[in-house]
Design a protein around this ligand. Sequence first.
Ligand SMILES: O=P(O)(O)OC[C@H]1O[C@H](O[C@H]2O[C@H](CO)[C@@H](O)[C@H](O)[C@H]2O)[C@H](O)[C@@H](O)[C@@H]1O
Ligand SMILES: [Mg+2]
Length: 260
Amino acid sequence: MHQPALHPDQDDGAAVLRSALRDAPDEWALFLDIDGTLVDIAEQPHDVRVAASLPQDLARLADRLGGALALVTGRRVDWIDAHFGPHLFPAAGLHGVERRRASGELDRAGLAPSLNALRKDLGRRTARMPGVLLEDKVAAVALHYRQAPEREPDVRAMMEMALKVMGDGWVLQHGKMVVELRPASANKGTALEAFLTEPPFAGRRPVAIGDDVTDEEMFRVVNACGGLSVRICETEAPTLARARLASPQALRDLVAELGA
Ligand SMILES: O=P(O)(O)OC[C@H]1O[C@H](O[C@H]2O[C@H](CO)[C@@H](O)[C@H](O)[C@H]2O)[C@H](O)[C@@H](O)[C@@H]1O
Ligand SMILES: [Mg+2]
């Protein structure tokens, strides 16, 4: 797949987003990634800080969009609620594998007993690898190497083996200094498509904002149906997104502005 690099000077995402979401809020649906997009990247998954005003700003913007705002993330939906509550946003977790509709109905990921043994084995191995962190996502598992970048080849090799153990129906999801093993049943693009068939998203044009390879599936869907794709990136990055924002802070400022 050819992915042209998005140049830092290319298409100002803020201007594009303002003219869509402020001028025609009834026409658009907004899909937002979390890590690296709404919140700054931190050394470890549990170190992230959700800005105190962000959940309320998002809830106000969701209100302006008639509720057509969803969080689409690699995190679990339970994690989203713990960090973005009390408002329960429509959400896709585990890269689309679990999904809560605007109605509140939640499709959870099925639990695979074989993952438990595998998780224990990965835990034993990574205990001997300082700086490599196992993130237990219940229906998925992630190995982070941000604090030990030299371990990337070992992490990749371990996860390739883990994928073989789990077999069909599972995929490796690469991300920022992380490799995740998750069910292959969905991705962020299919989750976005599913939202677009339901109220209040149906009939609206999608806007997707993300920062990572997992968000490219959303960008593909959005581009195909005449929506807006925006990548958070400070430098050039190969991407399908057609506009850019410089940082999560730039997006948070915009969310506050558009919701006010
Ligand atoms: O889809 P996202 O909302 O972007 O979530 C992707 C993964 O984000 C988290 O890991 C990433 O962020 C951590 C905190 O900033 C960082 O330490 C790590 O290096 C990044 O890979 C999260 O831990 C994963 O579960 C998400 O899938
Ligand atoms: Mg992200």
